[in-house]
Design a protein around this ligand. Structure first.
Ligand SMILES: [Zn+2]
Length: 103
């Protein structure tokens, strides 16, 4: 994620919720999504684009990048969380989302 001069600029650039989700997926899994229930790699991505389904025959659970984090069950949009983090971290080069997702 690039650096922005201010919050307004960041919000304008990342108005799409999926961008935040992809960013979080990258932060959490580094491009290799892993089932949080059984640890299986390479789950299927369902058509909605945000839900994964575990390939393990006995697991088969659905999950998203926010499972097991403070974002899970949150009604607040990821974009709002990211904006909050942007402010909290004080315009650092990278958002400190890593700490907030607890991994
Ligand atoms: Zn699994």
């Amino acid at each position: 994620m690039q650096q922005f001069k201010n919050l307004r600029e960041m919000m304008a650039a990342y108005s799409d919720e999926n961008v935040y989700r992809e960013y979080m997926e990258q932060m959490r899994w580094g491009g290799n999504p892993t089932c949080p229930f059984c640890g299986m790699n390479k789950p299927y991505r369902l058509k909605n684009g945000r839900t994964f389904r575990c390939k393990d025959k006995e697991c088969k659970k659905d999950f998203t990048v926010t499972v097991g984090t403070i974002f899970e069950n949150s009604k607040v949009k990821l974009s709002v969380w990211m904006a909050a983090m942007y402010l909290i971290t004080g315009h650092k080069k990278e958002l400190a989302a890593y700490n907030l997702v607890g991994i």
